[in-house]
Every structure is written in structure tokens, then in C-alpha cells.
Design a binder for this molecule. Structure first.
Ligand code: PMP
Length: 411
């Protein structure tokens, strides 16, 4: 039997420290909301591979779909020999796109790549290059998406010149004392001081900030952004990479606000862990790019498309929208009884609370792991505990995990 400590020694020697590990536990197998490590120890998974496993580990319907595709063919490159699962998945996403009118969808591999391409499409459709993002946002780790990300350390500090014509305005967070009015004033100032709105291609926003701390974008902000975009011909991009696919109790988090974006980036739980991202957009905008301007060798892999089609079935068949709402209510009720839990917030099952500081959050996640619970933190100061358990989790495993967390809070 390999030991976690032996593998960690090999990992440290073989893999750069720039990719950080939240735990020092190596996984051996997993099922739904449970994981077993290489030493045979069981853990409850409240991380879901960072929002990827809304449908749980190794869901039999998803595995069966991937297995079937695997034995038919597993790569042709969509640009060389197209295949039906790619088309069928685009059709299904177009049918549920969170805006009225015709939609088109293209697939890539990672969330960052989806965001990169959202910017490319918005630029092509508008003939402009400016992009506005928010403080605390996370959009990825490529150079463009690092630039859009609203946090310097560790995402930008060491990486030199960032692409130009990117601006940040404050994201409204009540307990940081930043209001919607403050955000809108900052936009107004930006348009007077730095750049005319006629040079802005897009505004990008997470309907609920993920890495930044699970802050819900107030609907009145989204409504105001939509108005501004309409007034100035700017495209509104909803980055739903972390919020998508039932997590918040709707297929897309922006649906809670009633605001219709122009472009939507998706990844993570779209395909239950088989690498896939996508860009869903209004058809006329999506068709602005000339043939060859978009694409990717692996983008929309047949295996990942087969997985995603099965994920959509599971969300429907197992009523995961309702389950997310229910899990969210259960979490709120539980957290309300914990004096350590501050600023309890979220949408559906995308819930979080703060503890006193980042050090305390670290102690709690460390203690949780010792007790058998995989628990993530996040937030600008690392002070937030966030919950991303599979929506397919059973009530008994959910309760067991919450009991472990209650114990860990005493750390
Ligand atoms: N956008 C959002 C909102 C995200 O949460 C993430 C990943 N945490 C990304 C983009 C980047 O996705 P990826 O790591 O797949 O590139």
C-alpha cells in the first residue's frame, strides 16, 4: 500500500509548488459524496472537485454514457470530423440558455478558455477591445483571465504585463461596506476618467462570486448593468463556470435576477468531471467570428460531450434544482445555530459563511480533514468556508458531514 506521505514526497519533487494542494490526501476511489484515500480512509466530500461534481462522483448514468462513447470513438477533433454528441449538447444548451431568442454554443476544455473566447467573441461582435470586470472576481489563470481576475496575489503579481484595456470596479459586498451605488458610481467615474463606454466590448460578472467568497451579485446591480450595456452596445457576459448546472437551484444563477446576459461561460459541473467548457451566446453575436477564428483540438471531446448529455439527464431525472434549494435551506438552518458562522450567505446550495479570519479558516479545514471531511475555504482574505457538496448527496451523508464540521469549528 502506498502512503500519502510517500506520495507527497514524490509530488513535491516532481511537481512545481505553484500548483497548491488543499490537502495532502491522495484519492484512490470515490462514489457520490464519499472519497477513499490510498490508505483506505473514508472522507465526506464537501468540495466536489471545486464545483465540478454537482452530480457526484462516478454517477452510473454518466459512466455508462462515457463508456459507450469510449468504445465507439474517443477523438476525431470536431474541426476535422464532427460528431453528433457535440451538436446534441449544443442544441440542449441552446434550448436552456438564460436569454430569449436564438442561441449558439461552442465547446472548449477549461473555464479559463471559455472566458478567453467570450472576450474574443465580444470583441469581434463589437469591434471594440475594452473589458470591465469586478474586484474579487475569479475568471481563470491564463494571461487574459488573470488580468480579468480581481485579485493580485497570487494570480497576477509575478506574471508581468497584463493585456490592456481591462478595468475593475468594486463588487458590492454588504459586510465590506460596498453598496450597489458604490459600484455604479465607480463605473460612472471610469467612463469619465479612463475610457468612453463606446470603446467597451464587454462587462463580465459572476452572478455569485466563486473564489472571491460566494458573494451574490445583487439583482439591482445586474439590472443596472443590463441597462448600461443596452445603452452603450456593450455585451454582458455571465461567468457561470462555478454557478452553473443546478448549484444555485436554477440551471444558471443569473436566472434568479431575471436579467438576460448576451454570453454565458460554462464549465465545471457541465460535464461532471470530464474536461469540458462552453460558451453559450446569442446566435448573431456568436456568428461574428469568421471561420477558423474559434476552435480547439480537444474542445468538446466526444467523451466529455457524452458525459455532459448524461449530466443534463441526471439534473432533470433526479430533480437537482429542487434538491439544491433544499440543501441550501438545510445549510442555512444548520449554520444559524453556530456562533462561529458570520455573514451566512449564498444562493441555493452555493452557500458560505465567514469565520474570524483566514488563520481560523485554515485551522478548521485542517481539523475537518483529520475528522474525515473535505472542506474548502475561499474569499479575499481566506476567511470563508464554502460548500460545494454533490447535489446527489444523501441526507445521512450530508448530516454526517455537517456534524464533522460542527466538531471542526471548535478547532
Ligand atoms: N471562472 C470562474 C467563475 C471560476 O470559478 C473558474 C475556476 N475556479 C474559472 C473561471 C476558471 O476555470 P478553469 O480552472 O477550468 O480554467
Amino acid at each position: 500500500m502506498s502512503l500519502n506521505s510517500d506520495l507527497m514526497t514524490r509530488r513535491l519533487a516532481a511537481i512545481p509548488r505553484g500548483v497548491a494542494n488543499g490537502t495532502s490526501v491522495f484519492s484512490a476511489r470515490a462514489l457520490n459524496a464519499e472519497v477513499w484515500d490510498i490508505e483506505g480512509r473514508r472522507y465526506i466530500d464537501f468540495a466536489g472537485g471545486i464545483a465540478v461534481l454537482n452530480t457526484g462522483h462516478c454517477h452510473p448514468h454518466i459512466l455508462a454514457a462515457v463508456e459507450k462513447q469510449l468504445h465507439a470513438f474517443h477523438h476525431t477533433c470536431f474541426q476535422v470530423l464532427p460528431y453528433e454528441p457535440y451538436v446534441a449538447l449544443a442544441e440542449r444548451l441552446n434550448a436552456i440558455a438564460p436569454f430569449k431568442g436564438a442561441a449558439k454554443t461552442i465547446f472548449f476544455n477549461t473555464g479559463a478558455e471559455a472566458v478567453e473566447n467570450a472576450v474574443k467573441v465580444a470583441r469581434a461582435a463589437t469591434g471594440r477591445s475594452g473589458v470591465i470586470a469586478f474586484s474579487g472576481a475569479f475568471h481563470g489563470r491564463t494571461i487574459m483571465t488573470s488580468a480579468l481576475t480581481g485579485k493580485v496575489m497570487p494570480y497576477k503579481k509575478q506574471f508581468g504585463l497584463m493585456p490592456g484595456e481591462i478595468w475593475h470596479v468594486p463588487f458590492p459586498v454588504e459586510h465590506y461596506g460596498v453598496t450597489v451605488t458604490d459600484s455604479l458610481k465607480a463605473l460612472d467615474t471610469l467612463f469619465r476618467v479612463d475610457i468612453d463606454p463606446s470603446r467597451i466590448a464587454a462587462i463580465i460578472i459572476e452572478p455569485v462570486q466563486g473564489e472571491g467568497g460566494f458573494h451574490v451579485a445583487p439583482p439591482e446591480l445586474l439590472v443596472a448593468l443590463r441597462k448600461l450595456c443596452d445603452a452603450h452596445g456593450i455585451k454582458l457576459i455571465a461567468d457561470e463556470v462555478q454557478t452553473g448546472f443546478a448549484r444555485t437551484g436554477k440551471m444558471f444563477a443569473i436566472e434568479h435576477s431575471g436579467v438576460e446576459p448576451d454570453l454565458v461561460t460554462v464549465a465545471k459541473s457541465l460535464s461532471g468531471g470530464f474536461p469540458l467548457s462552453g460558451l453559450i451566446g446569442r446566435a448573431d453575436i456568436m456568428d461574428a467570428v469568421d471561420p477558423g477564428g474559434l476552435g480547439s483540438t480537444f474542445g468538446g471531446s466526444p467523451l466529455s460531450c457524452a458525459a455532459a448529455l448524461a449530466v443534463l439527464d441526471v439534473i432533470e431525472n433526479e430533480q437537482l434544482l429542487m434538491r439544491a434549494t433544499q440543501l441550501g435551506e438545510k445549510m442555512r438552518a444548520r449554520f444559524a445555530g453556530w456562533p462561529e458562522a458570520r455573514n451566512i450567505r449564498g444562493l441555493g446550495a452555493m452557500m458560505a459563511f465567514d469565520v474570524a479570519d483566514g488563520e481560523m479558516a485554515k485551522r478548521i479545514t485542517g481539523r475537518a480533514l483529520e475528522l474525515g471531511l473535505i472542506q474548502l475555504s475561499c474569499g479575499v482574505y481566506g476567511e470563508t468556508l464554502r460548500f460545494l457538496m454533490p447535489l446527489t448527496i444523501s441526507d445521512s451523508v450530508f448530516d454526517e458531514g455537517m456534524d464533522l464540521l460542527a466538531q471542526a469549528l471548535q478547532a
